[in-house]
Design a protein around this ligand. Structure first.
Ligand SMILES: [Zn+2]
Length: 359
């Protein structure tokens, strides 16, 4: 066990080659730990003369909390001066990237920590600023500085077998709150998806441009391209990755099938009764049962639905659409045998799905 008080302080502060000068403990303020670098007198880079200390400026840096209390590192730097009057170099400040990167107002270890919190755990900058007891910009500047280096790292993107493209509403802008979309480019690895990049817009241009910057060999190793049912993303795969098998994302398939069934129900409702659904109309009463997954529908629910469809769907159109939805659900189950059995039962024999366009 270390019992030398100076060494104990150094161990607790945990920075290399520093002298701990003292600690400020003011009520309701972060703990301020004053340190200085243990340095030898440097030589001037121009004329190699031994430098002299001109000033000892104190730079206050946001540091990691100490035993649950926000902390600041007050780093008494060395401002050096070349003693030779005629020398081109006048003064310079001693830096140590192990303590802090120049121009950032956060220590190196705190900068790495906030970047990991935002990048890995999805915490917000505002939340971290509150935890460290500092300004939002201080945290954001550090996340940008450390994060940019990570994003630009060439080795960040490994081999990808299945690539996914998906649109996300990024934000709403301006007076009319215009929707601004972005496209997420995702590595759909079996051990967990990884977001590779986000590009502006939801047209083909963004992902196309991004993929064009990737090496040809990298693109050739992709085997599957996952997409929602949008034309632009299909175009991206058709143009840039024509060799991949395109796979529709189940979420979008289910959503599309549900909306088609809904559309069909409303159309039949209008054609048979001449008005929009009212609370006693059979098709209106059936609307929730129709979208319920079949395995969650008990016998009573099933009988009720069949009865309502018999009453409100004379040509069996809604029933057909509903069966198609069930078939689709069965197809997407991992158990293929169960899927084909369900298909046979629902579609009668052949089990071949037709396009939903006519439903
Ligand atoms: Zn000099």
């Amino acid at each position: 066990m270390e019992t030398n008080p100076i060494r104990v302080c150094e161990l607790l502060v945990g920075l290399p080659d520093v002298n701990v000068l003292g600690v400020d403990d003011l009520v309701d303020e972060p703990l301020r730990v004053h340190v200085e670098s243990r340095v030898e007198r440097p030589g001037c880079v121009e004329c190699a003369s031994a430098a002299v200390v001109k000033e000892r400026p104190a730079v206050e840096l946001v540091d990691l909390p100490v035993f649950g209390r926000p902390a600041r590192l007050v780093w008494r730097k060395h401002r050096w001066e070349c003693p030779i009057r005629s020398c081109r170099v006048r003064t310079w400040t001693g830096e140590d990237p192990r303590i802090a990167a120049p121009r950032l107002s956060m220590t190196d270890r705190a900068g790495r920590w906030v970047t990991a919190q935002v990048g890995r755990l999805g915490r917000t900058v505002a939340e971290l600023a509150r935890e460290l007891g500092c300004d939002w910009h201080t945290v954001n500047d550090a996340v940008m500085a450390y994060g940019t280096a990570l994003v630009d790292d060439e080795d960040r993107i490994g081999d990808v077998t299945a690539l996914g493209l998906d649109e996300t509403l990024f934000n709403r802008r301006g007076r009319w709150r215009t929707q601004a979309w972005c496209t997420s480019i995702v590595n759909l690895a079996p051990d967990g998806a990884q977001l590779l990049d986000v590009v502006a817009g939801r047209s083909a241009a963004g992902p196309t441009g991004w993929l064009e910057t990737r090496p040809v060999e990298w693109r050739e190793r992709i085997r599957y391209g996952v997409l929602d049912l949008s034309g632009p993303y299909r175009k991206v795969y058709d143009d840039i990755l024509p060799h991949v098998t395109q796979i529709a994302d189940p979420f979008h398939l289910v959503r599309l099938a549900n909306s088609k069934l809904d559309e069909c129900r409303r159309r039949v409702q209008n054609e048979t009764l001449g008005h929009r659904g009212r609370k006693d109309d059979p098709l209106y009463r059936a609307r929730r049962l129709l979208t319920k997954a079949h395995e969650r529908l008990n016998d009573r629910g099933n009988n009720k639905l069949v009865g309502l469809l018999r009453a409100g769907d004379p040509r069996g159109e809604v029933k057909t659409a509903w069966h198609m939805l069930l078939c689709q659900g069965g197809l997407m189950r991992p158990d293929r045998e169960a899927s084909s059995g369900l298909l046979r039962r629902r579609c009668g024999g052949g089990g071949r799905l037709r396009r939903r366009g006519g439903v």
